[in-house]
Ligand binder design. Structure first.
Ligand SMILES: C[S@@+](CC[C@H](N)C(=O)[O-])C[C@H]1O[C@@H](n2cnc3c(N)ncnc32)[C@H](O)[C@@H]1O
Length: 406
């Protein structure tokens, strides 16, 4: 009989196995606090190579060089962590966005699916209950960072220990794909709540997520030389402004955002610049007529559907001057990234509708859910809204910049 241990007092959980009323064995369980994950760095590579070559890892992970090549490729959709037991590295784990995997592989998985792998490289830490804690920590990391819909593991079918561990932690075998899946109950956050909560960590996480500042810094270079006024829709903490102020120090900026805390971060940043901020939705704010040389929106419109965007584009078209431009930088599904971009767009919209139905959301408030569109659809909407020409000026991975001319 196993007596469930009380909450640990000193970091060690003990389960007592009784035999005829007498304790016969004490089993030490890992306390969650003893295990931590930290980002992998280049200097971890010798340890990783050593672990991958250990028989007990190689047996399930396969050829070490394949793993090393993948790690060295530094794909931005795979996130690697070192597992530490009381600050001693003992293994590694990773999670990855299934939709970004090489074309064809797991492409059928719904958006928001993240795959995981983990191993304990140091033999003396095996059979101590650490696997479960590592799995839980890794799942917590994915949930916090990605708001996933499901977490997926693909253990070798003979690896019964790993399968037992997954099942114990709520993963369910999917007979169709042969994968083990943990469904994460989904919630939808109202848009301003979502960004207000994230405001303190937004910049660090967002810059990492988009692979640096290149896509923001380049925006200023598309502005006409005569630019004096601009409006920024969904300005957030104003990451895109720094390069704009470098090129146009005297520019008059009107910024809109519905998340007050994002605007608060921005408010203190540029005390000497000409900025007017409004905590309002760009879907309802009066954008005015022929006021701006340039209108921009950066990483914000991928939350809205075709109709909402086309209506907004009409109002943007109306608010810029006759020789003005609109610059949109956003996540878009492009053929460079996906075998079938339209299918990806459809999947996201369908999933969003399914989720709203499941959560009985019937109001027309704005909810945070990513529904990027394909590049051709984006262009079509802008032309429909009255722009005479749309040019694709930048395309790196899933970030595209379109310039629309009035
Ligand atoms: C991913 S952030 C981008 C912020 C900034 N443009 C950047 O690139 O770092 C998206 C921003 O759009 C804002 N947003 C979303 N929907 C909005 C709406 N309808 N009206 C105004 N702001 C909105 C959010 O509050 C959030 O600050």
């Amino acid at each position: 009989m196993i007596i469930a241990p009380n909450p640990p007092s000193d970091g060690v959980r003990v389960a007592m196995i009784e035999h005829n009323g007498a304790p016969i064995e004490l089993i030490e369980f890992a306390c969650k606090r003893q295990i931590s994950l930290r980002a992998m760095c280049d200097h971890d590579m010798p340890a990783i190579e050593r672990w991958l070559n250990r028989e007990h890892v190689r047996k399930w992970f396969g050829e070490p060089q394949t793993w090393l090549d993948e790690i060295n490729a530094k794909h931005d959709w795979i996130h690697y962590y070192i597992v530490e037991y009381e600050n001693t590295p003992i293994g590694f784990c990773q999670y990855y966005d299934c939709t970004k995997m090489p074309k064809g592989l797991w492409e059928e998985e719904q958006p928001g699916s993240f795959g995981i792998d983990y191993c304990i490289g140091e033999e003396q830490y095996l059979n101590r209950g650490l696997g479960s804690v590592i799995l839980q920590k890794l799942c917590e990391t994915v949930i916090f960072a990605e708001n996933p819909k499901q977490i997926i593991a693909d253990p070798v079918k003979e690896n019964l220990i790993s399968i037992g561990l997954l099942e114990k932690n709520g993963f369910i075998f999917d007979g169709w794909t042969g994968l083990y899946k943990l469904a994460i109950s989904q919630t939808l956050k109202e848009m301003s709540d979502f960004f207000n909560v994230r405001a303190p960590i937004y910049e660090e996480k967002h810059i990492k997520h988009i692979g640096g500042m290149e896509s923001k810094d380049i925006i200023a270079s598309f502005f006409p030389p005569h630019t004096q006024t601009m409006i920024d829709l969904g300005i957030g903490t104003g990451l895109e402004l720094e390069a704009i102020f470098r090129r146009f120090p005297a520019i008059e900026v009107t910024g809109l955002d519905i998340a007050e805390d994002m605007l608060k971060t921005l408010a203190g940043k540029y005390p000497d610049r000409n900025i007017q901020l409004f905590c309002e939705s760009y879907l309802t704010f009066d954008l005015g007529h022929c006021l701006y040389d340039v209108a921009i929106s950066v990483m914000t419109l991928h939350h809205y559907n075709h109709q909402t965007k086309t209506d907004l584009y009409r109002r943007i078209h109306n608010c810029i001057k006759n020789n003005g431009i609109y610059v949109e930088c956003d996540y878009m599904f492009s053929e460079n990234e996906y075998a079938n971009p339209q299918k990806m767009e459809d999947l996201h919209f369908t999933e969003f509708e399914r989720l709203k139905k499941e959560l009985h959301i019937t109001d027309d408030r704005e909810y945070h859910y990513d529904t990027p569109c394909t590049v051709p659809n984006q262009k079509k909407m802008l032309l429909e809204a009255g722009f005479t020409n749309v040019r694709e000026a930048y395309n790196r991975k899933n970030i595209v910049i379109l310039i629309a001319y009035k």
